[in-house]
Design a protein around this ligand. Structure first.
Ligand code: SF4
Length: 354
């Protein structure tokens, strides 16, 4: 069973990926390389189907001739990205054959000829989680500014599993993969810049220490930060969003709630899903950020405006979302909320509730 969720930017990728790690066996995201760090993207996730799924294996197309010039230029890649983004969203889990899920490029049997006679160059790196999103954001920004279209821009998380392979290099972290047609002299200096960014992220053993140091330094450099956090919320939120180690909106809202004592609901993917299934802020959101805000607004209408009430709501919703109300196979039969949950009917009927 697979689904494809629209997202925007690396921080949203991190949030969806963090939650999906607990609920899905396979995850990967595609990004539009022209958008830099805030690019639109699609997060694909899947589990083996518990039921016999009748998804058909596809038949691959074939490009007629090996062209002299690459078919993949900035114009055609832009058009492809727009069409792919529109066509790939399937928020509801659906049965899919493993072949197109694991090998989407093989929809075209000889896809490599689209790069022209000189082929393509692939740049792949892995950045430790503790380094935050900034190194990858910098690489994505530079790719977008270069206007050298990366036809396939893929981001995924590597888990802490040792590979038995000789050439594979997975290690805990976030990996980025970019494919460029091998036609521009600017590729080499760009690769060197990317290498420098990856090297600056530092050796793995030092990453956690560096992250901790950054937090300490931030608070040392900003002695006003504790007071700002407890002050008016718009200013506090603005300050927090400027900190690279914050890790997205839900990290900033967690700080506002737990350190700043503001009555706000942090909404990560588990909270968003659970609240939406329970009928809070359901429907009509164009992306995760909008859906999170809908949930925040709907919950705020019913909760007392105290930080204690919001802390309790956050802890219960987040815990329920990763233990019972999971993305794949929510445990509705044993859920204590099943009698009052509007999302349950859709899940049982297999028509919604993603
Ligand atoms: S009944 Fe099902 S969908 Fe509703 S909250 Fe419980 S687990 Fe989630």
């Amino acid at each position: 069973m697979t689904e494809a969720v629209a997202l925007r930017g690396l921080e949203e990728f991190q949030e969806i990926s963090d939650v999906s790690d607990a609920t899905h066996e396979y995850t990967v995201a595609w990004f539009d390389s022209f958008g830099g760090r805030n690019a639109r993207g699609i997060f694909f996730r899947g589990n083996h189907a518990a039921i016999a799924a009748r998804a058909k294996k596809r038949r691959a197309l074939r490009l007629p001739l090996a062209p002299f010039a690459p078919l993949l230029n900035p114009l055609s890649v832009r058009a492809f990205n727009a069409a792919y983004y529109r066509a790939s969203q399937h928020r509801q889990p659906h049965a899919q054959h493993y072949d197109p899920f694991f090998y989407p490029l093989d929809a075209i049997a000889n896809w490599n000829v689209a790069y022209g006679r000189r082929g393509f160059v692939q740049y792949q790196c892995v950045i430790p989680i503790a380094a935050g999103v900034e190194p990858l954001a910098e690489i994505l920004d530079r790719t977008a500014r270069s206007r050298m279209a990366s036809f396939l821009t893929v981001i995924k998380k590597f888990a802490d599993v040792e590979s038995p392979g000789i050439l594979s290099f997975p290690r805990p972290g976030t990996t980025l993969c970019l494919d460029f047609a091998a036609k521009s002299a600017a590729l080499l200096p760009m690769r060197e810049t990317f290498d420098a960014i990856v090297a600056a992220a530092g050796p793995y053993a030092l990453q956690r220490l560096q992250a901790l140091r950054r937090v300490v330094e931030t608070f040392r450099e900003r002695p006003d930060l504790p007071a700002v956090l407890k002050g008016p919320m718009p200013a506090a939120l603005k300050s927090l969003k400027g900190l690279t180690q914050m890790g997205g909106d839900s990290g900033a809202y967690r700080m506002l709630l737990f350190a700043g004592d503001h009555p706000v609901l942090p909404v990560n993917a588990a909270v968003e899903r659970t609240a939406r299934r329970l009928g809070y802020g359901a429907g009509g959101a164009r992306d995760f950020r909008q859906s999170a805000q809908n949930v925040r607004d709907a919950v705020a209408r019913e909760l007392p405006a105290t930080s204690a009430a919001h802390r309790t709501a956050y802890v219960y919703l987040a815990h329920h979302g990763v233990t019972i109300c999971k993305q794949a196979d929510p445990e509705c039969p044993i859920c204590p909320l099943k009698a009052e949950c509007p999302g349950r009917k859709a899940i049982v009927a297999g028509v919604g509730g993603a």
